[in-house]
Design a binder for this molecule. Structure first.
Ligand SMILES: [Mg+2]
Length: 212
């Protein structure tokens, strides 16, 4: 058994970083936006929304082209991923206690995050972010599109995934893993992990007894 933890929306404030970048471009005079593609997207967004900024829940909108604009903006920012801030103090509230709890049970905690595949700097900068903020090496950071391949260990044991995205959690569950939903609730998540770890210890003890 292993515990995997997501980055964006759990430990990393992707939304604020994305909004700051996108809205900064939308509010610039058009002649100051050097990329022709971004200029065109920005104009269509401003016309479509009737304002010069986007909101957090609009980044996936395809028309006006908020999503392609956001992704193109990220691609053009050389330090986007590495400069993202920690979300809500969740390293102290979730990550550190999670690692302590797992260590008591001899279990590994690793990062499992999804990249923007078209952005070549995404994976290396996510790995670097983890080194700087979490103090862990690249061997403990997995950045893949299909998280569910890690739902079970080679020995068949179920792994946990702490994530904020419903779709990822459903895929994890279908892959045979234990999904744990993060939604601004580090205390609840820790409680759930504790329960699962204690359950595992208990099952292990009962098995030992029956083997005698
Ligand atoms: Mg996430």
């Amino acid at each position: 058994m292993r515990i995997y933890c997501d980055m964006d929306g759990v430990l990393v404030d992707w939304v604020s970083g994305m909004l700051k970048l996108a809205n900064n471009i939308l509010q610039k005079p058009a002649e100051e936006v050097r990329s022709k593609k971004l200029r065109k997207y920005a104009q269509r967004i401003k016309e479509g929304l009737g304002r010069d900024y986007i909101k957090a829940d609009e980044f996936k909108v395809k028309q006006p082209p908020v999503k392609p604009f956001t992704y193109a903006s990220i691609m053009r920012d050389p330090f986007f991923w590495i400069e993202l801030n920690e979300l809500d103090g969740n390293i102290a509230k979730l990550w550190n206690p999670l690692r302590e709890m797992a260590a008591e049970h001899d279990i590994e905690v690793e990062i499992l995050s999804s990249p923007i595949e078209s952005d070549p700097k995404c994976v290396p900068q996510k790995v670097e972010w983890c080194k700087i903020h979490l103090g862990i090496g690249p061997e403990k950071v997995k950045v893949v599109s299909n998280k569910s391949v890690y739902a079970k260990d080679a020995d068949g044991s179920k792994n946990m995934l702490i994530d904020d995205t419903e779709k990822k959690l459903n895929e994890w569950s279908e892959g045979g893993g234990i999904p744990i939903r993060f939604k601004d609730n580090p205390g609840e998540v820790l409680e759930r992990v504790k329960e699962l770890l204690e359950e595992r210890t208990l099952v292990g003890r009962m098995k030992d007894l029956s083997d005698v």
